[in-house]
Design a protein around this ligand. Structure first.
Ligand code: FMN
Length: 285
């Protein structure tokens, strides 16, 4: 069994790297072969939105460090992803790679369903609302199934080394990912913090037309008063057909993404005509 640690911090032996290594050490102790990739060592170009992967099922046309990341992902049976929080969400390298992972969605590589665990690191409690949700999106675009996720708190590089309970929890991540990778896919269960949303275990919601909606998976809930506080009653249908369910993804691909190609080709001449006045605007001759 091969387990890959991904480190999304530029800081060498920063909190993220320490925690990912602690988890990898535990997995290694249990018998896994381990590997680690620092995502910040890769030169990653932004997705150019050419959609060749979606409409032509081509490999990504950009040749850069993303293919190193992709090959590592394919070589391994499970992933531990660690990333610091920068401005309420994951560090930028995570978004850069997430966008490029569109090539996994529609290209030659299909979802593996391999297990993944998330280690987030923040400096200040309450200043990390988008971190775990966006790290889940990253894992999803890699075709990984999140079985554990945890947010740690530390500021200065390596400060987490003074927090024994954090190191213990990181070892637990290593244990959990080893166990999950040892099980068959059907037997794998989620063992991380439960969170509020029963489908994706996140705590981030938006209000749409008076209904509460999980920002990550779109499961809907009604707010009820209970014991002096509130209680969320989830709609069982949207829990089943949430954004990341196979059914919803297929629907999105066939009804929203695929038709956009022929529609664009049909409208291209008109768009070209209307865009003329913008073409030379602000362009220095
Ligand atoms: C550019 C930058 C932005 C940050 N923004 C946040 C933030 O919004 N919320 C937070 O809790 N911590 C924030 N931090 C603190 C880091 O998450 C924290 O220092 C973490 O331990 C860094 O992990 P590392 O040592 O693995 O790089 C920020 C740090 C930097 C450098």
């Amino acid at each position: 069994m091969k387990i890959l640690g991904l480190v999304g911090s530029y800081r060498k032996l920063g909190n993220t790297e320490v925690l990912v290594k602690e988890a990898l050490m535990e997995a290694q102790r249990l018998g896994a072969k381990i590997d680690m990739l620092r995502l910040t060592d890769l030169r990653i170009e932004p997705c150019k939105g050419c959609m060749a992967c979606a409409f032509k099922q081509e490999e990504c046309r950009i040749s850069d460090g993303w293919s190193t990341f992709r090959d590592k992902l394919i070589e391994n049976d499970a992933v531990i992803l660690g990333t610091p929080t920068y401005f309420l969400g994951p560090a930028g390298v995570i978004k850069m790679i997430t966008d490029r992972n569109i090539a996994f969605q529609y290209g030659a590589i299909q979802h593996s369903g391999n297990p993944g665990a998330i280690i987030g690191v923040s400096g200040v409690k309450g200043w990390e609302p988008f971190a775990l949700p966006m790290l889940n999106v990253f894992m999803f675009t890699c075709g990984l199934r999140v079985i554990d996720q945890v947010m740690f708190y530390a500021q200065g590089p390596g400060e987490i080394l003074l927090d024994e309970s954090a190191l213990k929890r990181a070892r637990r991540v290593g244990f959990n990912i080893f166990e999950a990778a040892s099980e068959s896919a059907e037997k794998r269960t989620y063992v991380g913090e439960q969170g509020v949303c029963p489908a994706c275990h996140q705590n981030l919601f938006s209000v749409k037309n008076g209904v509460l909606e999980c920002a990550l998976c779109q499961a809907k809930a009604e707010v009820k008063r209970a014991n002096g506080g509130i209680k969320l009653v989830f709609d069982s249908e949207t829990l089943k057909s949430h954004r990341w369910s196979e059914e919803a993804l297929l629907k999105n691909f066939s009804l929203a993404i695929l038709p956009s190609g022929p529609r664009f080709l049909k409208e291209r001449d008109e768009i070209e005509k209307r865009s003329r006045k913008y073409r030379s605007f602000l362009i220095k001759k």
